[in-house]
Write a protein that binds this ligand. Sequence first.
Ligand SMILES: Nc1ncnc2c1ncn2[C@@H]1O[C@H](COP(=O)(O)OP(=O)(O)OP(=O)(O)O)[C@@H](O)[C@H]1O
Ligand SMILES: [Mg+2]
Length: 509
Amino acid sequence: MGSATPGADGLPAVRLTGITKRFGDLVANDGVDLDVGRGEVHALLGENGAGKTTLMRILYGLTSADAGAVEVDGRPVTIRSPKDAIAAGIGMVTQHFSLVRPMTVAENLALGRARGARLDLEAARRHAREASERYGIAVDPDARVGDLSVGEQQRVEILKALARDCRVLILDEPTAVLVPQEVDALFATLRRLIADGLAIVFISHKLGEVRAISHRVSVLRRGVLVGTAPGDTDEKELARMMVGRPTFGVSRPDPIAHAADEPAVLQVTGLSAAGAHGLPAVRDVSIAVRAGEIVGIAGVSGNGQTELVEVLTGMRRPTAGSATVGGTPIAGASPAAVMAAGLGRIPEDRHASLVLDLPVELNLVMERIADFTGPGGLDHAAIRRNAVELIARFRIKARPEDRVGTLSGGNIQKVLLARVLAREPRAIVIAQPTRGLDVGASEYVRGEILARRAAGAAILLVSEDLDELLTLSDRVVVLYEGRVVGEMPSEKADPERLGLLMAGREVAA
Ligand SMILES: Nc1ncnc2c1ncn2[C@@H]1O[C@H](COP(=O)(O)OP(=O)(O)OP(=O)(O)O)[C@@H](O)[C@H]1O
Ligand SMILES: [Mg+2]
């Protein structure tokens, strides 16, 4: 978007000076200086664990700095809690939303504004309507938050910050949970917000997005701010700033020859399942994945991918049809039985598959605790050795004894991937493998997935990142309203045709 447009008066909306934060020996932020101008989108970039979230949690009062100062509109402010931050005009949308799910959108907004005990619902409704017109934020004020998609909930969080008159809006990886169409809508909203003079901090690992929306980008490396560059700095240079070297993407592997009658390792036949409201979500889906093959599932989110993955990983019962791994039925089986059949599961919701209060080393062995149990109980030395090896191999920024809950978002994802891939399962179901991972880590994880393919695993891959899907998969299957509406080899899948299929506009022969 070109270079910065600070405010008309030249003052930054917010200025951080010398922010330092330690967690024990670890320096998460090391004397960081950062300013964000009125009318500016300022991107924060950095590898997993670089300190981006920590810096913004300090600005929003969720954690306190050991040193440093904050100025808002040129005036020093002391921020000890989110309440102080909100009073200073700062709002933050974190990755884990803080909405009250059984309540409506308007009720949540009223709660956010409540002065005293009474909730002014009418004012909240009015605010929601005005904001959706003014900023293009579409949500129904009377919808129950629990019924909304993740993208819609994010819009409610933004509305909530705006309802509190925030002038500085922090968005921590907002696009990680959005499909491409929703990203476009979010960016349109951000453009209207900056036109109104708001200052926006935008955290993302996607360099294309950073270049598309930000005026300036600041890069953190191991807690240190390595520099602030114009928003249109080229991707190679940004990657170099982040990791100290250029990165190279993985390329599509050569196809592996299969005999026409080769049986599939993962066979899904006529599978149907109901979704959240008992409505059909997966309809008569048949997919065969052979050894050494990656089949990608493309589709706009909400078209049955989540439910399909849930059935295949033992989290949801099918209403019809079957699924087998190496001939063993898995549809309707428990997660343990599914794993015993040889299926590795990397579901979308990583927090649900890890125990955040337990250390990394126990999370890494949790799915095969019997292998680490001797006559005398848990073999702690073996558990520790396993963790040390996997931490090094997957470059997880953590110690074996750290609780998973204290890890950065990307490193939590790496723990999950390491746990599954290290078991070398013969079939793998993976959803959104690189969501929340930095450029280098994404590249590494894609390499690991391709390595499992080369070792003969049958892999079903669900990803909203079309580039990733087309690069890794041998074939793509398109789901629309729970049905398979197309299937083609990746090299014949042009994005435009896929887009039409995903939108239900065309049915492939
Ligand atoms: N409460 C905590 N206790 C101990 N360590 C912490 C805590 N919070 C963060 N850390 C550590 O501080 C470092 C910075 O974490 P932070 O979450 O800021 O990274 P990030 O840049 O947001 O990474 P990601 O891109 O993966 O989200 C990490 O090494 C993390 O493990
Ligand atoms: Mg983070």
